[in-house]
Design a protein around this ligand. Structure first.
Ligand SMILES: [Zn+2]
Length: 371
C-alpha cells in the first residue's frame, strides 16, 4: 500500500500506519490505572506481580496463566499487553511487543516459573506495537504464530518506512497542520504527526520478523493442548482484519489483543477495521460468562465492565456521528467535530486520526453504503 514510486498520499498514511506512535506524546501523561477493586479481590488474580520492570509488569491471573501489562509512562519496550500460558507439557507466549527487548523480557519471566518447551508465540495482529519485537522469537527458535495475513501486512505497512527519508514520510502530516481550517483540526493533525513520528522512528530502526506459522482464519477456532491446559484461538472482525484472540474457557480468561482497549478510545484507523463488525464482536464478548477476566490489548485487566465501557464509547461516537450525518454535515468535517464527554475525558486517545476520526468516517461510509 505504500508505493514509493508513486509517492505517499495523505490517505495512505492515515490508513496505513500503526497505532502506538502517539505514546510518544501520551507516555508521560497517562500512567496505568491500578487494578480495579473487584479484581483485587478476584482469587484468580495474584496481588503481587511475578516481576515488575516499570514499562511492564507480569502477574498470575489463573492456573498457568500470566498477564503482561504495559505502563507506557515508564518505558516503551512493550507498549501493548500480552502474557503467557503454561501447561504441563508446553507453553504459549502472547505478543511480539514493540521491541525484541520486550519479547525477551516476557520470555525471561516465563522461564522464572517453568522450563517446559515453548510451543509458539502468537502475534494477536500485525500492528507495529504487537509485532516489532518478533525478531527475538526468530533468533531464539520460537515458532511465531499469527493470522495468515499478518506477514504480508507487516511487509506492506512497515518495510516501506525503512531506508526512507523522514521528511518524505512526515511532510504530508506537517502539511495537514498548516492547512488546518480550525483549531480542532490543527490539534488533531498535530496528534497524528506525533503518532507518525513515533511509528517512523521504531519501524525504520527495527529488523522486521515475520510469522512462520500462519493461522488460516477459516480453520479457527482451534484448540491448543498445552497439557492439562487448553487454549482456544478464535478470529473476530473489528480492529485490524488480522485479529486472533486466546480464550481459556475452563477458567473464563480471554486475551483479546486490540479487540479490547480497556479505558481507552479504540484505535480504528486500519483499512480492515470495521465499526459495525467490531461492535458485533464486543456484543459477543458481553455474552461471555459474567466472571470472564479480559486481558486487553491496551489498558488494565478488566471484567465485563471493561466491555460495557468500550461499547458505550462506540455508542457515543456513533450517536454523535449519526446526528451530524442526518444534519448533512460532510464526513470530512464531522470527523473533527466529535466532543469527548466528561465520563470519557480520562480515556487516552492515541491520536485523533487513528481513533475517533476514522471511526466517524467509517460509520459514514457504512451508512452511505460505501463500506
Ligand atoms: Zn492494534
Amino acid at each position: 500500500m505504500f508505493d514509493l514510486t508513486k509517492g505517499f498520499s495523505r490517505r495512505q498514511f492515515i490508513t496505513g500506519t500503526s497505532c502506538f506512535g502517539a505514546f510518544y506524546a501520551l507516555a508521560k501523561l497517562i500512567p496505568l490505572p491500578a487494578l480495579a477493586a473487584e479484581l483485587a479481590s478476584d482469587s484468580r488474580v495474584s496481588q503481587t506481580p511475578l516481576v515488575d520492570k516499570g514499562f511492564a509488569s507480569i502477574r498470575k491471573i489463573g492456573e498457568g496463566l500470566y498477564a503482561t501489562i504495559s505502563d507506557t509512562s515508564k518505558g516503551r519496550q512493550t507498549i501493548c499487553n500480552g502474557g503467557f500460558l503454561i501447561g504441563k507439557d508446553a507453553a504459549l507466549l502472547i505478543e511480539g511487543f514493540t521491541t525484541p527487548a520486550g519479547a525477551s523480557f516476557q520470555m525471561e519471566a516465563l522461564r522464572m516459573v517453568s522450563q517446559v518447551p515453548v510451543k509458539g508465540a502468537l502475534d494477536t495482529h500485525y500492528h507495529f506495537d504487537h509485532s516489532m519485537g518478533n525478531s527475538f522469537y526468530g533468533s531464539n527458535g520460537v515458532q511465531l504464530w499469527a493470522h495468515a495475513a499478518t506477514a504480508k501486512r507487516i511487509i506492506e505497512n512497515y518495510a516501506p518506512l525503512q531506508g526512507t527519508d523522514k521528511n518524505a514520510v512526515l511532510g504530508p502530516f506537517e502539511k495537514r497542520i498548516q492547512d488546518a481550517k480550525s483549531d480542532a483540526e490543527r490539534a488533531h493533525a498535530q496528534s497524528d504527526l506525533n503518532a507518525m513520528t513515533g511509528v517512523f522512528a521504531i519501524a525504520s530502526a527495527t529488523v522486521l520478523g515475520l510469522p512462520n506459522h500462519p493461522l488460516d482464519p477459516a480453520k479457527l477456532p482451534t484448540s491448543i493442548d498445552l497439557g492439562g491446559l487448553t487454549a482456544v484461538l478464535e478470529s473476530y472482525p473489528g480492529h485490524s482484519g488480522t485479529d486472533i484472540l486466546v480464550r481459556l474457557p475452563e477458567q473464563n480468561v480471554v486475551y483479546t489483543g486490540d479487540l479490547l482497549f480497556s479505558g481507552w478510545y479504540p484505535v480504528c484507523f486500519d483499512e480492515k477495521a470495521t465499526i459495525s463488525g467490531w461492535r458485533e464482536t464486543l456484543k459477543k464478548f458481553a455474552a461471555f460468562d459474567k466472571e470472564t477476566l479480559f486481558v486487553p490489548g491496551h489498558g488494565q485487566i478488566c471484567g465485563q465492565e471493561g466491555i460495557a465501557s468500550i461499547r458505550e464509547v462506540f455508542d457515543d461516537i456513533a450517536g454523535q456521528a449519526e446526528k451530524m450525518y442526518k444534519a448533512g454535515v460532510p464526513a470530512e468535517e464531522a470527523q473533527h467535530r466529535y466532543v469527548v464527554p466528561d465520563k470519557f475525558k480520562n480515556f487516552p486517545i492515541f491520536a485523533w486520526g487513528f481513533t475517533i476520526g476514522p471511526a466517524i468516517t467509517k460509520l459514514y461510509a457504512e451508512w452511505g453504503g460505501k463500506a
